[in-house]
Design a protein around this ligand. Structure first.
Ligand SMILES: Cc1ncc(COP(=O)(O)O)c(C=O)c1O
Length: 396
């Protein structure tokens, strides 16, 4: 694949288009001119099929109330079956705005106000907010870092659950930011511990489509032939896969009747959200016509990641880059060259990069940065060059 050509044809300038990533740099980082590698969305356009479908609707010119048609479900279910072997039915599906919003909804619906909820840091920081902002008690069980490869110690996990009478586990699968795609054995272990301790699993599977060679995604829905479906809420979306986050449209998947009854009862009390019309159109078009394009996007992400990993290995071998099993993010340990507490300032002030930093994901995360690889290769090259030059300057 000609990556340069793909970037030229499909990556766009986003500054000045009202984006969180590029136009909030002053507000968030205090410097509007940083190179933005944070927020998990892309500089890569959505597939042509999506743009065409949206344009057609814009030309139609009416944006009244919509409804979810059978052909939407068909496109969504075909994708889930073909790519992930997950068989879905209409009655398992509810629609929501974003996955983050559904974290809050699920916490309020399925846990008591005094509940303890467990997460496994380093992990996507809105998980903390969904627990703390709803007044629940936060329980953490850190993943173990084995030279950049992260694992969950099940004994430690179960002990934390039992000691804190945990009611829910918010599970990131694939895991942002440590790029893990959990294996069948790991999934079985985690889901079994939760089930035997009556801990409901809220599985955020938004990164399901971003997995790489040798690391197939296994939905929690399919573990042990669906054994854990009665203890599971799954959140997924096409928003990461096809760069549609601003269209605010996602899925809640619940297999168990009793859990679904509870969900519906709660939603009645807050007013049922309608599915977003443009979200429906975009997602259906993406699932129907975006597959080939998506595979090219994934190839570009691998290309960017490999460039970064190989260049660091050659120039600064003490940088630890977590292996890319899943997501389009890179988790990078700079502590071989800098004290952890200095990394945030170094990355922003010296390298002029806007990255998510380790302490956003974990109380003990100092020294790490997260770089978004779903961008024009030239941005990754610039970031790598700036990090190398500035670390070498420190060593002089
Ligand atoms: C694990 C995870 N969940 C949820 C989201 C955001 O989901 P949404 O935009 O649908 O709220 C992200 C975005 O980075 C994410 O990484």
């Amino acid at each position: 694949m000609d990556f340069e050509k793909f970037c030229q044809e499909n990556c766009v300038e986003r500054r000045g288009t009202g984006t969180l990533k590029w136009d909030s740099l002053q507000d968030i980082f205090g410097d509007p001119d940083l190179l933005a590698l944070w927020v998990a969305d892309m500089e890569i356009q959505s597939p042509p099929s999506v743009r065409e479908a949206l344009q057609k609707r814009v030309e139609h010119g009416v944006f009244g109330y919509g409804r979810v048609e059978d052909h939407y479900y068909e496109a969504f279910f075909n994708w889930m079956k073909k790519r992930h072997g997950v068989e879905l039915k209409k009655e398992y599906i509810r629609f929501a705005t974003g996955v983050v919003g559904s974290l809050y909804t699920a916490v309020r619906t399925f846990t008591s106000p005094e509940a303890s909820i467990i997460i496994t840091p380093p992990v996507y920081y809105p998980f903390y907010d969904a627990i703390l902002n709803t007044g629940r008690k936060l329980v953490t069980c850190d993943l173990d870092n084995n030279g950049g490869h992260y694992t969950l110690d099940l004994e430690k996990f179960e002990k934390a659950i039992q000691e804190n009478k945990v009611e829910m586990f918010i599970f990131c699968t694939p895991h942002n930011p440590v790029c893990r795609v959990w294996t069948m054995e790991e999934l079985e272990g985690i889901l079994e511990v939760c089930k035997r301790n009556h801990v409901l699993v809220l599985a955020d599977e938004i990164h399901q489509d971003f997995t790489y060679e040798g690391h197939p995604f296994i939905s929690t829905a399919n573990v042990k032939d669906g054994k854990y479906r009665d203890n599971l809420i799954i959140l997924n979306a096409a928003s990461k896969t096809f760069n549609l986050a601003g269209l605010i449209h996602s899925h809640v998947v619940i297999f168990d009747d009793k859990l679904m009854e509870k969900y519906d009862a709660y939603i009645k009390t807050v007013g049922s959200p309608e599915a977003n019309l443009m979200g429906l159109i975009a997602v259906e078009a993406a699932y129907r016509g975006g597959e080939e394009y998506f595979d090219q996007v994934k190839a570009l992400i691998c290309h960017n990641y490999n460039y970064m990993k190989e260049t660091f290995a050659k120039e600064l071998p003490k940088i630890v880059v977590t292996p890319l099993e899943g997501t389009y993010l890179s988790w990078i340990d700079l502590r071989g060259y800098l004290p952890g507490e200095k990394v945030e300032e170094f990355i922003q002030k010296k390298c002029r990069l806007a990255c998510d930093v380790g302490e956003w994901f974990s109380f003990t995360g100092h020294g790490f940065i997260r770089i978004n690889q779903a961008t024009h290769t030239k941005n990754i090259k610039t970031a790598v060059e700036r990090i190398i030059t500035n670390i070498k300057a420190l060593e002089k």
